[in-house]
Design a protein around this ligand. Structure first.
Ligand code: NAD
Ligand code: ZN
Length: 407
């Protein structure tokens, strides 16, 4: 941790925080000002493998290699019910893995299946259960909560892990395409309240993330495809060449050809991670949140549908809406808009939804989004593939027109 100098007089004002410096200069009725910048460095370990639960695969064991005292640590494993139901031998496999690598891993003290899917985020039950288990299993701040599941369950378990003891070590093993290509890279945890997405939560960097494409085998087709909306999103924002790859491989990806899906997932994960790590705003202090391209409407559609529309599907719909809006505004060419529509169609993602007819409820989402971000409304729009930019107001008539076409 680096702490910057303490500022005692207005003449000292070389603060890294111009706001506090200005305030001090204007009103020096304080006798002592201790404004400081606090900087923290975190390790964000993210690894990809295939077959992590095979004792011959060292990837899971090696996540713990940085801890010289690892055998004195404990670990509890929490598993998403949807995943556990489809993988009945998981507990035996994990116990065998921990036993094989006992000299280099924490002791596995508890295994439990918890609610998966968005239900995990609809109340505090999963969060509270994690906190209880941390207490019952004597998980200290150097011990581990290992979460195996989809993005929703990872968010809820991560919130529990981030708050018990003010933060115990969290290891994520994401089991959906969306969790592997986006959610598990994040440094955000949280659950929904008041019918609003992620209303309660905490920023916390996980101890490690291990993405294993073998864990995707049991994912239902619709959920498999849904995860690629986030891949399209990040390609549109950051990487035209990757977008072209998605165009080329979309049909194979939708058919679950892992030779096409695996590199697509990994590239998306890498681009999300690079933005979080190198983008200069990991804890989202700024108003701009480019990774939330298409999300103002997506989050609203999820809530309006009582989560019958999955996050991934909602993102596909939200992206299309904002791309059509960009197109109607004259920012995005007809040709680029046609390419985006085509890739979303080829991936088997939804392109219309009856809830788009409810314009008033949809538009209320923009205000909710602004409030969640803090400050003024900041929404990403598109000038072309790879060219996102920010706007601070939405033309409601044009949003209605774009939404009406998609209802
Ligand atoms: N923290 C972040 O930075 C971040 C980023 C993006 C999305 N998210 C959140 O992630 C959530 C969406 O996550 P998701 O798309 O992974 O969906 P999900 O977690 O809702 O899972 C979808 C369904 O698949 C089941 N499931 C999971 N893995 C399975 C498997 N391998 N086999 C069989 N069934 C399986 C789950 O039980 C659930 O029923 C949203 O709540 C979203 O807000 C968080
Ligand atoms: Zn998302």
């Amino acid at each position: 941790m680096t702490t910057l100098p303490i500022y005692r007089k207005s003449s000292d004002v070389t603060s890294p925080n111009p706001h506090s410096a200005r305030e001090y200069a204007r009103d020096n009725s304080c006798d002592l000002v201790l404004d400081s910048a606090v900087q923290l460095a975190f390790a964000h370990r993210v690894r990809f493998t295939s077959g992590a639960l095979d004792p011959a695969n060292a990837a899971l064991r090696d996540l713990f290699a940085a801890d010289a005292a690892i055998t004195s640590r404990r670990a509890i494993v929490l598993v998403d019910r949807g995943f556990a139901d489809a993988n009945r031998t998981l507990e035996q496999q994990l116990r065998a893995y921990f036993a094989t690598h006992a000299s280099a891993m924490p002791a596995l003290t508890h295994f439990e299946v918890v609610t998966g899917g968005e239900d995990a985020k609809q109340d505090m039950r999963v969060v509270d259960r994690v906190i209880e288990l941390v207490e019952q299993n004597k998980i200290c701040r150097k011990s581990f909560v290992i979460a195996i599941g989809g993005g929703a369950m990872l968010d809820a378990v991560g919130f529990g892990a981030a708050t018990a003891h003010r933060g115990v070590r969290l290891v994520r093993l994401p089991t959906t395409t969306l969790a592997q290509d986006d959610a598990a890279m994040g440094v955000k945890n949280g659950v929904n309240r008041f019918g609003k997405k992620n209303f309660v939560g905490a920023f916390a960097v996980p101890y490690a993330v291990l993405c294993d494409d073998a864990l995707l085998a049991t994912l239902p087709d619709a959920a498999f495809r849904a995860g690629f909306s986030e891949a399209v999103k990040i390609a549109l924002l950051k990487d035209p060449a990757y977008f072209a790859t998605l165009e080329r491989d979309a049909v194979l990806i939708a058919a679950r050809d892992m030779n096409a899906a695996r590199p697509a997932i990994r590239r998306s994960a890498e681009l999300h991670l690079r933005h979080i790590v190198d983008g200069g705003d990991p804890f989202e202090a700024n108003e701009a949140r480019p990774l939330d391209f298409g999300h103002w409407a997506a989050h609203r559609l999820e809530a309006m549908s009582a989560h019958a529309v999955s996050h991934g599907d909602a993102v596909a719909l939200g992206l299309l809406l904002d791309c059509r809006y960009s197109n109607l505004k004259g920012w995005l060419s007809n040709a680029d808009f046609a390419r985006i529509r085509a890739v979303i169609a080829a991936l088997g993602l939804p392109m219309r939804h009856p809830l788009f007819a409810n314009h008033a409820a949809l538009l209320a989402g923009a205000d909710e989004f602004r409030e969640h971000l803090g400050g003024k409304l900041t929404v990403t729009m598109l000038r072309g593939v790879g060219h996102g930019f920010e706007v601070h107001e939405l033309d409601h008539d044009l949003v209605r027109r774009a939404a009406a076409e998609m209802a």
